[in-house]
Design a protein around this ligand. Structure first.
Ligand code: GDP
Ligand code: MN
Length: 314
C-alpha cells in the first residue's frame, strides 16, 4: 500500500484517485479546508484523526484555502500528516470583498447593532466574508473547479468513530447531493429577511422548485435548460443582491439547507448517522450499539446535540 501511495504522489492528481475506484467512472473528490494560519494548532489533531479514522485508506487530496497567503510552516505541517496530495492557495479577492452594490457604511452599522445584540461573531467583519464565500464561492475557486464532490472540514472538529467505507463513493452511488451530520435551528436575528427573500426567489423562479423536476435538476445529461448548479447559483446571486450577507449575518449553513430543501428531493439528501462529528459543543455520535462498536467510537451519544433531525435516516 505504502509504495503504491508513494508512487502516485508524483503523477497526475486525477490518476492517483482512480486507483481507489473500481468502477469505470473516476471519482473527483476532495477535502476542503478554509482556515487561518493562526488555527494550525487546532487543525493538526483534526487532520491526524481524520487520516487515522478514514483517509489513510483512501488518500483523498486536500485543498486549503485562505484569504491571506499560507505560511510555509502551515504548508509543511499540514502536508506532513498525510500521504495524500495537498494544495494550498489564496482566495481571489473578488470572492472575499464587498460587491459594488453593498453600502459599506450600512454594513458597518449593522455589525455594530449585531454586536450590541450579542449575536455570535456579529462585530467580526471577516466572519461575514467567510459566510458569503462558503455560500457562493468556494466551489468556484480555481483549485476546486475540477472536483465533483467536496467534504468540508474545519480546524478543531473531531471524528470519533472509524469510517470504514468511502462516503464519496457512497454519495455517488446513491445519487446524493448533500450530506450532513448535524442540523440545528439558526438564530432568528441573523436571518430576519432570508426567508422572505427565498419566497420571492421561488415566485420568480418556480421552475427550480417543483419536486417532480428535482430528479432532472441533478442530471446534466438532460436536455433541460437549467440544472442544479444553475438553480443554486441563481439563488446565491439573488440573495447576494439582497445584501443580507452584510446587512444581516446570513450564515452559509441556512443558505445550503434551504437550497437543499428547495432544489433536491429528500432522497438526494443524506444524514450520515454513522459519521461521528464534534464541533465544539455540537456533537453527533451514532447512538446504535452496533455502529458504536464496529466504528470503535470514542464519544458518548448522551452528549448529542438534540436527537431530532429534520430528515430521518431513511
Ligand atoms: P463557526 O464554525 O461558525 O463557529 O465559525 P468558525 O470561526 O469556526 O469559522 C468557520 C470556518 O471558516 C473555519 O474553518 C475557519 O477556520 C474559517 N474561517 C473563519 N473566518 C476566517 C477568516 O477570516 N479567514 C480564513 N482564512 N478562514 C476563516
Ligand atoms: Mn467552526
Amino acid at each position: 500500500y505504502r509504495q503504491h501511495f508513494f508512487e502516485t504522489k508524483y503523477i497526475d492528481p486525477h490518476k492517483d484517485l482512480s486507483i481507489f475506484v473500481t468502477n469505470s467512472k473516476r471519482l473527483k473528490a476532495v477535502i476542503v479546508i478554509l482556515v487561518r494560519n493562526s488555527e494550525l494548532e487546532q487543525l493538526l489533531p483534526t487532520l491526524r484523526q481524520l487520516e487515522e479514522r478514514w483517509n489513510k485508506k483512501y488518500n483523498y487530496p486536500y485543498v486549503y484555502l485562505n484569504d491571506v497567503v499560507f505560511t510555509s510552516e502551515f504548508i509543511e505541517k499540514t502536508s506532513a500528516v498525510t500521504n495524500a496530495k495537498t494544495y494550498h492557495d489564496i482566495i481571489p479577492s473578488e470572492m472575499w470583498s464587498y460587491p459594488s452594490w453593498i453600502d459599506q457604511t450600512k454594513a458597518a452599522r449593522s455589525r455594530a447593532r449585531m454586536q450590541n445584540d450579542h449575536v455570535p461573531y456579529g462585530g467580526l467583519e471577516s466572519y461575514y466574508h467567510m459566510c458569503r464565500f462558503n455560500s457562493g464561492f468556494f466551489f468556484r475557486h480555481p483549485l476546486l473547479k475540477e472536483y465533483d464532490y467536496y467534504w468540508r472540514v474545519e480546524p478543531g472538529v473531531e471524528f470519533n468513530c472509524n469510517i470504514d467505507y468511502d462516503p464519496f463513493a457512497f454519495i455517488q452511488k446513491n445519487n446524493i447531493s448533500y450530506g450532513f451530520t448535524i442540523s440545528l435551528k439558526e438564530r432568528a436575528n441573523t436571518i430576519p429577511t432570508l426567508w422572505q427573500n427565498t419566497k420571492q426567489f421561488i415566485k420568480d423562479h418556480p421552475q427550480f422548485i417543483s419536486p417532480r423536476n428535482s430528479a432532472k435538476l441533478i442530471s446534466d445529461n438532460d436536455m433541460e435548460t437549467y440544472n442544479l448548479s444553475e438553480a443554486y447559483l441563481k439563488f446565491f446571486e439573488y440573495l447576494d443582491k439582497a445584501g443580507g450577507f452584510f446587512y444581516e449575518r446570513w450564515g452559509d449553513a441556512p443558505i445550503h439547507s434551504i437550497a437543499a430543501a428547495l432544489f433536491l428531493e429528500k432522497t438526494n439528501i443524506h444524514f450520515f448517522n454513522d459519521i461521528a462529528y464534534k464541533h465544539r459543543e455540537l456533537q453527533h455520535c451514532p447512538p446504535e450499539q452496533e455502529i458504536h462498536e464496529s466504528g470503535k467510537c470514542q464519544c458518548d451519544p448522551k452528549n448529542n446535540f438534540g436527537n431530532k433531525h429534520l430528515l430521518s435516516v431513511d
